[in-house]
Design a protein around this ligand. Structure first.
Ligand SMILES: Cc1ncc(COP(=O)(O)O)c(C=O)c1O
Length: 434
C-alpha cells in the first residue's frame, strides 16, 4: 500500500493558543497549590483517545502501560474510557485492581517476575501473563499447576531486527525482553507441551519514541508479519495480539507531532488481513502505549528560586528538577540531553532575552532541566512549565534524593467552558514531621 503525503503536518503542541490555555492554568494552580507541581489535563487525554480510536479500527483497543503514569486517580479515570491496562510488577497488578480494573482486562508484562508476583497474578486471574523467557514459562506452569489453574499466557517476541526511526530501540540486540525470534518455534513447541499453560496470544514491544508516520506504519506491518508467523507456529487458534505502539511525542522545540490519521489506511489493511487469517478467529487486538496517551496532557511546573551569573553564564535555580522529573533532565534514555519544551509564566513582560542554564535544587550537576535555552528574562518567583511531562514523571524519578518534598499533582477538570481543580497528589513525603 502507498502512504499518502500529508496535506498539512501538525506542528508540535506548542501553538500560541495551546500555550495561552496552559499559562492561565499554571498561574492559578501555582497560586492555589504551590510548586513544584504536576498539572494534568484529562481533556487532552480524552481528545487523544478519540484520535487513536479513529486511526486504529476495531477490534483494536487501547491498553495503557501503567508504568508510564500509575497515578491512581488517572488509572480510575481511564477505566471505561479505554479497553485494558498493561502492568509490569506485582505492585502495579494490585494498583490496577484497587483502581477498579477487572482482572481480565489486565495483562502482566515484565522480564523478571518473581515467584511471589507470578503466584499472586495467577491467583488473581489476571487476563494474561506475558512470558518473556522459557524459564519464566516453566515457572508459571509449575505455579499454575500448584494452584490448580490453567493459566492463559502470551509470548513476548523479541524480533531479530531493530526498526529505523525509534529513538529508543529494544529489538535486534541481546536483551532481557522477550523470547528471541530465532528461538520462537522451539519455545512454542515446549510451551504447547506444558500441562498448565494455555498459549493464547503474542506480544511485541520493540522500541519507543518514534515520531515518523512512515516508520510507525512500517513498524505495525513488521509486527503483524511477526505475529502471523507466530500464529502459524502455534498450531492452534490464538485470540490476542498486543502491538507495542512505540509512538512518540514532541518533547523538544521544533519536533513535529505524529499525524496518526495517516495510519488509518494501513491499520485498516492490517485489521482486514487479521480478520482473514486462519487461526485468528475474532481476535482481540491491543495497542499498548503510555506516553502517546498521557504524555502531552501533563506539565511539570517549577518555580524560579533565584538567578545568578557564574563565569558569565546566566543560571536559573528552581525549586524542583531531576528529583521530580528525571526524564526532563535527560536521564531516562537518549544520548545527548535536549531540554523539553518549556513554558515560562512570568509576573511581568520580559524586557530582554537571555540564554540560560536552568537547574533544579539538588547538589549535583546532573540536575539540569536545560543546558542552554534562550527565552525572555526570568526573575525569582517566575514559573517554568515543562511540557510532555504526563508520562514517566514522579514515579520514574528519584523523589527522595536530597530529601525534598514530592511534587503535588493536580488534575484540571474542564467543564461548561470553565475548569476546576482536583488535588490528585499521590506520592507521600517520607520527610514530613510525624
Ligand atoms: C512492555 C511495554 N509496553 C509499553 C510501554 C510503553 O511505552 P511508551 O510509553 O513509549 O508508549 C513500555 C515502556 O517501557 C513497555 O516496556
Amino acid at each position: 500500500m502507498t502512504f499518502d503525503h500529508p496535506t498539512s503536518r501538525p506542528t508540535s503542541a506548542c501553538s500560541n493558543a495551546a500555550n495561552a490555555a496552559w499559562s492561565q492554568i499554571v498561574g492559578e494552580v501555582a497560586a492555589r497549590f504551590g510548586t513544584p507541581v504536576y498539572i494534568y489535563r484529562p481533556a487532552l487525554i480524552e481528545k487523544r483517545i478519540g484520535e487513536i480510536t479513529g486511526a486504529f479500527p476495531a477490534p483494536f483497543a487501547i491498553s495503557f502501560a501503567v508504568k508510564s503514569n500509575p497515578n491512581p486517580w488517572l488509572l480510575s479515570w481511564l477505566r471505561g474510557r479505554i479497553g485494558a491496562v498493561d502492568v509490569s510488577s506485582g505492585g502495579e497488578v494490585a494498583l490496577a485492581l484497587r483502581c477498579g480494573w477487572p482482572a481480565d482486562k489486565i495483562t502482566f508484562t515484565g522480564p523478571a517476575k518473581t515467584e511471589a508476583e507470578i503466584e499472586a497474578a495467577v491467583k488473581t486471574n489476571v487476563g494474561g501473563l506475558v512470558v518473556e523467557s522459557l524459564d519464566e514459562a516453566h515457572e508459571v506452569d509449575r505455579i499454575a499447576g500448584a494452584c490448580g489453574h490453567h493459566q492463559r499466557i502470551l509470548i513476548r517476541i523479541a524480533p531479530a531486527e531493530a526498526e529505523p526511526g525509534f529513538a529508543v530501540r529494544i529489538a535486534g540486540r541481546p536483551s532481557q525482553f522477550g523470547i528471541d525470534e530465532a528461538e520462537l518455534s522451539a519455545a512454542i513447541a515446549t510451551i504447547n507441551g506444558c500441562a498448565n499453560l494455555m498459549l493464547d496470544g503474542f506480544h511485541a514491544y520493540t522500541g519507543a519514541q518514534c515520531q515518523e508516520d512512515e516508520a510507525i506504519a512500517a513498524h505495525f506491518r513488521t509486527l503483524w508479519r511477526l505475529f502471523r508467523e507466530a500464529v502459524h507456529l502455534a498450531e492452534h487458534p490464538i485470540s490476542e495480539l498486543i502491538f507495542g505502539g512505540g509512538m512518540g511525542i514532541p518533547y523538544h522545540d521544533g519536533d513535529v507531532a505524529l499525524d496518526i490519521p495517516r495510519l488509518q489506511p494501513v491499520m485498516r489493511e492490517i485489521v482486514d488481513e487479521i480478520a482473514a487469517e486462519p487461526g485468528l478467529e475474532a481476535p482481540k487486538l491491543k495497542l499498548e502505549i503510555g506516553r502517546y496517551l498521557v504524555g502531552e496532557s501533563g506539565l511539570y511546573v517549577t518555580r524560579v528560586v533565584r538567578t545568578k551569573v557564574s563565569m558569565g553564564s546566566d543560571i536559573v535555580l528552581c525549586d524542583g528538577g531531576l528529583n521530580h522529573n528525571l526524564g526532563a533532565c535527560g536521564h531516562l534514555g537518549g544520548i545527548a540531553h535536549r531540554h523539553y519544551r518549556m513554558l515560562p509564566v512570568r509576573a511581568h513582560e520580559p524586557a530582554v532575552e537571555k540564554t540560560y542554564r536552568i537547574v533544579g535544587p539538588l547538589c549535583t550537576t546532573i540536575d539540569t532541566l536545560a543546558h542552554r535555552v534562550t527565552m525572555g528574562e526570568l526573575h525569582a518567583g517566575d514559573l517554568i512549565g515543562v511540557h510532555c511531562s504526563g508520562a514517566y514523571g514522579p514515579s520514574a524519578s528519584p523523589l527522595n534524593f536530597i530529601s525534598y518534598e514530592p511534587p503535588k499533582e493536580i488534575a484540571v477538570l474542564e467543564e461548561d467552558g470553565g475548569h476546576k481543580f482536583e488535588d490528585i497528589t499521590w506520592m507521600k513525603s517520607p520527610f514530613a514531621a510525624t
